[in-house]
Design a protein around this ligand. Sequence first.
Ligand SMILES: Nc1ncnc2c1ncn2[C@@H]1O[C@H](COP(=O)(O)OP(=O)(O)OP(=O)(O)O)[C@@H](O)[C@H]1O
Ligand SMILES: CC(C)(CO)[C@@H](O)C(=O)[O-]
Ligand code: BAL
Length: 376
Amino acid sequence: MQSCLRVFRDVAALRQCRRQLLLSQRTVGLVPTMGALHAGHLSLIRQAARENDEVFVSIFVNPTQFGPNEDLGSYPRTWDADMAKLAELDAELEALASKKQSGANNVIANTLAKATNSSSATAAGESDAGVGGRITAIFAPTAAAMYPSVRSPTEPSTGNSFITIDPLSRLLEGASRPAFFRGVTTVCMKLFNIVEAERVYFGQKDVQQTVIIRRMVQDFFVNTQVRIGATEREADGLAMSSRNVYLGDRRRKVSTVLYKSLRSAEDTYLNYNLGEKRLSRADVLGPAQDLLRAVTSEQELLPPSQRSRIELDYLSLADPDTLEELDEVDPSRGGILSGAVRMLPIEEAVEGEDGGLGDGKVTVRLIDNIILQPRV
Ligand SMILES: Nc1ncnc2c1ncn2[C@@H]1O[C@H](COP(=O)(O)OP(=O)(O)OP(=O)(O)O)[C@@H](O)[C@H]1O
Ligand SMILES: CC(C)(CO)[C@@H](O)C(=O)[O-]
Ligand code: BAL
């Protein structure tokens, strides 16, 4: 069946829809996004649909989380393709829900038959199990709707109200992007207050964002549950990201360097003998730094018409709660390995080369992380 998605542009109409659902005791899962949807977003929506009756997806390229020299203007905006992906996914969810519904109907029929035969009421509760949610609403507000007190939503620094979660928002990504988390927490608080979802969904790919959102929800008593979905990756390990469309063929080939480096650090942690002294920061991050250096130098030796230039922003081994850098890993707590690299613009394009969106001229900042799970 053709899916018809309901798009909401303003807050009042969305709230009205939410209120109706509340009155019918339907649970809502919210998946906040900035659009340019890929399999990572879709897996969060699938998870939300498994765990809620209704799924709200927000699509909003939030101006306050971009710094003055960042890519707000060129951030990929792919509305028609996004709607097509959401309609296709919703059709998949509908098929799944009707399959589950007929399974549930069979359970009811069997239970009734058994109850009639032997007055047993076993498994009656199973009929109450959710049949799987659908995509109920796409919330795609204008910047003016989200920032009603600000004269220019693209310059929202004056007269705006902000939520800041410090010191977490100053570390790691926050050190490179000082206004970033203030913008993220502010827009998420707005979305949480507008939608009042039972559950909100975030991707592991943006690990610091997950830690900060959890902290915000806890500290401000936001009445929602924060759920985290695993990082979806391309076959070669590159974390999916809306910005990957800017890489082009040449930079795409070396873009796995960050993930491979983090994996080499993870290997050290996983293979370390717990009976020995604790692993130091250098023990863990050393192999990752070596690999990054090796790939970077290998590329630098190539001519400008062939090379990709990689600039390391940071490699981190941090505490899972405070995100403070660790001098050594306590295997009973584990840690978070994370990093960011910039894939610099291509210097000399070759005729016929696919430079990606922006023809290879846009710097692409990649982030990734791996959680070191406690080993004892
Ligand atoms: N590869 C992925 N796997 C799982 N979740 C993801 C992945 N990429 C993004 N997400 C999550 O999707 C949500 C929306 O992210 P967003 O729209 O910024 O996409 P994005 O791919 O992270 O874009 P970019 O990194 O280029 O800003 C966030 O919670 C984010 O963590
Ligand atoms: C959570 C979010 C949608 C807020 O704009 C954004 O930071 C993102 O997409 O990760
Ligand atoms: N997913 C992170 C959003 C951003 O980089 O702005």
